[in-house]
Every structure is written in C-alpha cells, then in structure tokens.
Ligand binder design. Structure first.
Ligand code: ADP
Ligand code: ZN
Ligand code: ZN
Length: 672
C-alpha cells in the first residue's frame, strides 16, 4: 500500500506535469493507474488529473494534500500504456510529461469531460457502409499471405511493387486477427491516405468496427474514440503517426503501410519519435505482430528484414498490369539545342498529346527542405565532400562551399571529375513552374499542390478531388503528390528536375531520391492504358537515377548498402544528433565544441571510441532558424543499446546556461 499518488495534471502555464498527493485511507484499495481524479490545486481550485504512479516518499520541503475524489473507477489508460510512454521518453531523450502531452488529447484534462457532448457527426466518413466486397487473392498473393501468416518473426516486411495488391494481403491478415478476437492498428503516413484506406476497409469490414485517429480529427472525437477503444468496441483503428499512442486493447496486429515514408518520424517538437520504432515496443507489450509494407522500403527496414528472415515479396502487379515506361531526358542537350527553359521539348509534346487524348498529367517538383546544389556545367558532376560523400552547399555570406557533416570548406572549387571551374548553383520553386506551365499549356487547366495549399484547410482536398474528377489537366506538386494518389486516368508523369532528389546534403539523399522517383512513377498508368514517365535531368549518368528508371529496388539497395557500410551510416550504426543553438553564434559554436570535447574524452575513457564515433561540431545546413544560430554534433553509434545508454547518460549530465539550447534527435530522419 502506497502513501502517495503521482497525479498527472495539465494546468495552464505549467503544461502537463505530475504532482504528489496523499491517498486517503478510504481510497487505498480502489485507486489504480489511469483513473481520473479530482485534486486541490492552489488555495481554492480543484482540478482534474490522472493517477500516473505511486510512491512512499516525497521530496523534502513538499507538503502534499489529499486526493479529493476518484472521478471514475474505470482507468483511462493502463500501466502498460504508461510504460510505453516511459520507453519513448527514455529512448528519445525527452521528459515524460512532454510525451504525455503528445499522446493524450488535452480535452481529457477538462473538468467536465465526462459529460462532454458527443460530436454530432462522429467520423462522418465512416457512416457510409457499402456492399461487402471480398477479393480472392491471386496465387502469388496467396503464397505470400500464407508465408507471413506462419512466420515466427514479430516484424515482417512486405516488399511489393506499386499496385501489387499489398492492401489485399493486409485485409486477409486483418480478417484473421479479428477472428482470433484481437484488434488491429493500421497506420498510413498521410491523412489523405488514411481516409482512402479507411473507405476501402469499411467496404470490406463494415463501418461499426472501424475508427480514425490522426492529428486533424477534433479532440472531442478523439475522446470519444478513446472511450470506445477502452471498451473494446473498435476492431480496426486507422491513423497517421500519432495513432501509435492510441490505447488499443488486446492488440494483435499492427500494419504500417508505405513504411518508407519520413512522416512516421516526428521531427518537431519533442518527443522526436519514430512511430515505426514505437510500434515495435507496442507490439512487444501486446505480443502483437507487425507487417510493414512498401514498394520502396526504408533501407534499414529492408536490411533488417533480410537479416531476420522476415522479408516477403510481391513481384507482379495485380492482373499483370504493366509498370510504366520511364525515359530520361538530358537537359544539357536541350540547352545546347537552345532550349533554356525548365520544360524539355519532349515533355511539352507528350503533355499536349496526353491531354488531347483526354488523359491527365502530373508534374513533380521536388523541393524537400533544401533544394540547392552546385553542379559542373561540363560533365554534370555535383560538387561533393570527399570524406562524407554528400553534396557541398554554397554559402553566399562567405562565398564558399561547405560540407555540413565534417566541416570541410572550399573557396575556389573545381569539378572533382573533369577539373572544370564552370560550376553553377541550382534550385527551382514550384510556384515558378506553375507560372511557366500556365503560359506553355495555355487553355488547359493547371493546378498546384504543395505545402502552401496544405496550410489552407480544405484546399488540398478540394484540389485532389477536382483532379480525380478530371477537372484539372495538369497537377503540379511537391513530393506529397507522389504518395498513394490513385487516378487511373493519369498516363504521364513528368519530373521537372530529377537531380534535386539526389542532392540533399544528407546521407539518405539517394534513398529519398530513388524512393520518390519510383513512387511518383507508380502514379502513371494505373488504369487500362500504359503509363509514361519522364525524368528531366542534367546528369543522366547518375547511378541512382538509372536505378529509379529501371524501377529496380533490389539493385538500388545493394549499391546503397555498400555506401552505408563504407561510411558507417545506418543500418551499420545508429545516429544521434545534437543541435546546440543560441542567439549569439559564438556561444552556440563554443558550447557545441565543449560538449564535443567532453563527449569524446568520456567515450575514450570507456575505450569505446572505435564503436561510438563523434563527428563535429559543424554549423547545421540550416545555419540559423528564427534568429538562433545552430551547430550540431553527429554521433554514429555502433554499439546498439549500450552505446545509446552511454551517450544519453552523458547528455543527461549536461547543464547549459539559459541562453543556449540543446536538442537531441535520436535516429534523425534528416540532418539539415
Ligand atoms: P498496392 O497497395 O500494392 O499498391 P493495391 O492493394 O492498392 O496495391 O492493389 C492495386 C489494385 O489492384 C487495387 O485497385 C486493388 O483493388 C486491385 N487488386 C489487388 N489484388 C486484388 C485481388 N486479389 N482481387 C481483386 N482486385 C485486386
Ligand atoms: Zn566536371
Ligand atoms: Zn564532409
């Protein structure tokens, strides 16, 4: 029997926090983790909180008050649930209240939440219940399904080309799980994809068993879904990243669709968690299985699946539909022939033909975070750091080129390949492409979809809808249009500058580029007509571009694996990134240097310096954000958990002055 309870509260200004309260004798036998309670706060107020733990001790100088009342004997979450959140806090170097804030809808802390009015149109999309369609698996699908069904490994990877019918296999596994009386968590990277998949699932399983969970459903809806989950009324929960924190009871299966997608990782703010990784812990707690699927799996996932005999492959499109024809257009020759524009003559002509046939076109502008790089105009070689194999970035302030991994800097670069000094900096935005397209394709309906349109609430969905209905001839967009878009009338995809995909100053840039180009190519020719894809490039020889043209993941993977091994990048190490920032550059730089030196010494003393490699400090690629100068340290940990604990143990001891901030990003998805 404990004396004190830790009560989790959310008070304005203080945020989510736990406080200790005395447990009255009368409550001792009833009190449980996860129960909502009413507690006194300050001289007069009573607030709502949740039991989050017990203890027999108080910190000195604290005088605890008594818990007032248990508001509901049924806990809202379990001890296992708290354990999962604690794991997140520990692994991602973050405090528990911050994790709780991400996981628990804030509505929970409102006093009258019990009487909270049910939202009128609860999951409106789910109300429609069309006929129950069950597909018979193709022989190839059936074989893979049975293999996955009988594998012992807890995590399986389903690698299947676009349109191979991965979803049909998920459905069979879902059916089996439900028959066993267990529940399913189905994650997809984007909200738009989540709704598409949900509709498909409802057709198959009926609306009453299904619910949706992602950041843009209302808190009231979340609360209602939470209650249903708690009462075990929901069999299949759909969601994006944050759904991994939904308290599903009796979980039997987790599906992670499009598992290569970077949005499974939260990059900002804390906790900077990866839902794929958290899902593994969640599965462990429940003894559940995980099936991840992709046509272009994450290199780390593929490597792991290969090494644990849990890789399953669908080699053919369903019904033997054909993959599109991909061709590469050399923009250098276009220049030589006098076409200095951003559209090649081939792309212009194919676009016009396609639209005349009544079919639709997608143009992809890749503008991931950073889209500038420097290229040789003689031989197309991109300027790279010799030690890190990533592109150098031009800085106009210092008129120099820098490597943002190791700090290498050069003032007067020459092409590594041919020695030429004729170098040019590149970068094109989507707005400009739209303007130009509207001129060239006069009279046709051109629309743009990028993060600008995402910011306006429904615009994104409206544009997509109009495109699906044929009201838009040409859709221009950034990487978001590469995902899941299933419009059978699209028969041409043009990638304006395929090189941009490969030239991020990041060790993952080849992977991202390959994946993006392969996925966007997969949007073309999904209906009866064979599709076409055009990659415009200044560097037709780029090996990874060639692999994307062939849509050959395995051969891409083999090449990429070699490079990762050579430079000790994941999966051959785990990366921890530390970002130090300050309003004053010298402070950020100095603090970063000091931490690096201490960390290096610490690791050396433990004789781990061959297995934990510290790189830096260097200025971040994005050197200043909102007036804060940023420096970073990269740690390549080749010791798994032990290395992780060593580094985080060191970081825990750091105390910084108020004007210097530290961010720790475990397994960062990029290092800009
Ligand atoms: P993936 O998720 O691998 O890209 P999907 O599961 O979306 O592929 O399948 C592509 C298309 O083929 C979908 O329209 C789907 O309904 C159809 N399809 C796949 N397998 C079957 C099947 N066994 N029977 C009927 N249709 C199928
Ligand atoms: Zn050159
Ligand atoms: Zn370097």
């Amino acid at each position: 029997m404990y004396k004190y309870a830790l009560v989790l509260t959310d008070v304005a200004k203080l945020g989510t926090k736990t406080f200790s309260y005395l447990i009255p004798d009368s409550m001792r036998s009833d009190i449980k983790i996860g129960q909502p309670v009413s507690v006194p706060f300050g001289p007069k107020r009573k607030i709502k909180g949740y039991i989050a733990g017990f203890s027999n001790y108080l910190e000195e100088g604290i005088k605890a008050k008594y818990i007032d009342e248990i508001l509901d004997t049924e806990p809202l979450f379990t001890l296992e649930y708290l354990k999962l959140l604690e794991w997140v806090a520990n692994y991602y170097f973050c405090d528990l209240p911050t994790v709780l804030k991400t996981a628990l809808p804030q509505k929970f802390f409102e006093k009258n939440v019990k009487n909270y009015r049910k939202p009128r149109k609860e999951n409106a999309a789910l109300q429609k219940n069309e006929e129950n369609k069950e597909h018979k698996l193709s022989p190839e699908q059936q074989k893979v399904y049975e293999e996955i069904k009988h594998v012992n490994a807890p995590n399986s990877l389903l690698y299947g080309i676009t349109g191979s019918g991965k979803t049909e296999i998920y459905f069979k596994l879902i059916e089996d799980t439900i028959k066993e009386g267990k529940n399913v968590l189905f994650m997809a990277p984007e909200i738009a994809l989540v709704s598409q998949l949900t509709m498909r699932t409802i057709k198959r399983f009926g609306a009453d068993k299904v619910a949706i969970w992602h950041s843009s459903i209302s808190e009231a809806e979340k609360y209602s879904v939470w209650q249903k989950l708690r009462q075990n009324e929901i069999k299949i929960l759909f969601g994006a990243r944050s759904a991994v924190f939904a308290p599903i009871k009796n979980l039997g299966l987790i599906i992670i669709d499009e598992e290569h997608d970077t949005s499974y990782k939260q990059t900002m703010p804390n906790p900077r968690y990866c839902a794929k990784h958290v899902a593994k812990e969640l599965a462990k707690l429940h003894g559940a299985k995980i099936i991840s699927g992709s046509a272009t799996p994450d290199v780390e996932s593929f490597w792991e699946a290969q090494n644990t005999n849990s890789l399953f492959e669908l080699k053919n499109r369903y019904n033997n539909a054909q993959l599109p024809d991909v061709s590469i257009v050399d923009m250098k020759s276009e220049r030589i022939d006098g076409n200095l524009g951003i559209f090649s003559r081939t792309l212009i002509n194919r676009t016009k033909e396609t639209i005349e046939r009544g079919e639709q076109v997608i143009f992809l502008i890749n503008r991931r975070g950073f889209s500038t790089y420097t290229q040789c105009m003689e031989c197309a070689q991109v300027l790279e750091c010799k030690k890190c194999a990533i592109p150098l970035i031009y800085h106009s302030q210092t008129n120099s080129w820098r490597c943002h991994y190791c700090g290498y800097e050069v003032k007067h670069p020459k092409c590594e390949n041919c020695g030429s000094e004729e170098l040019e900096n590149f970068g094109t935005g989507s707005q400009r492409v739209e303007e130009i397209a509207k001129k060239i394709f006069e009279g046709m309906s051109v629309a743009r979809l990028d993060s600008d349109s995402l910011n306006k609430k429904n615009e994104h969905i409206e544009i997509l809808q109009k495109f699906q209905n044929g009201g838009i001839n040409i859709l221009i967009g950034t990487q978001m249009i590469a995902k899941g878009l299933d419009n059978p009338n699209v028969t041409l995809v043009g990638v304006i500058n395929a090189d941009l995909s490969f030239n991020l100053p990041d060790y993952r840039s080849s992977e991202r580029g390959f994946s993006l180009l392969t996925q966007v190519a997969g949007r073309s020719g999904r209906g009866g007509h064979k599709g076409k894809v055009i990659f415009q490039t200044y560097n037709p020889q780029n090996l990874f571009l060639q692999k994307a043209k062939e849509q050959d993941y395995i051969s891409f993977f083999e090449k990429e694996k070699e490079l990762r091994q050579e430079y000790d990048y994941p999966p051959y190490s785990k990366i921890i990134r530390i970002i130090i920032s300050s309003k004053e550059e010298f402070k950020a730089e100095h603090a970063c240097l000091e931490i690096t030196t201490h960390l290096e010494n610490y690791i050396k003393k433990l004789s781990l310096d061959e297995r934990i490699i510290v790189l830096g400090p260097t200025p971040c690629v994005i050197g200043k954000i909102r007036g804060e100068w940023r420096y970073n340290i990269l740690i390549k940990n080749k010791l798994e958990q032990k290395g992780h604990d060593t580094v985080l143990g060191f970081l825990r001891k750091i105390i910084l002055p108020n004007d210097i901030k530290m961010i720790t990003d475990v397994d960062p998805s990029d290092i800009l």
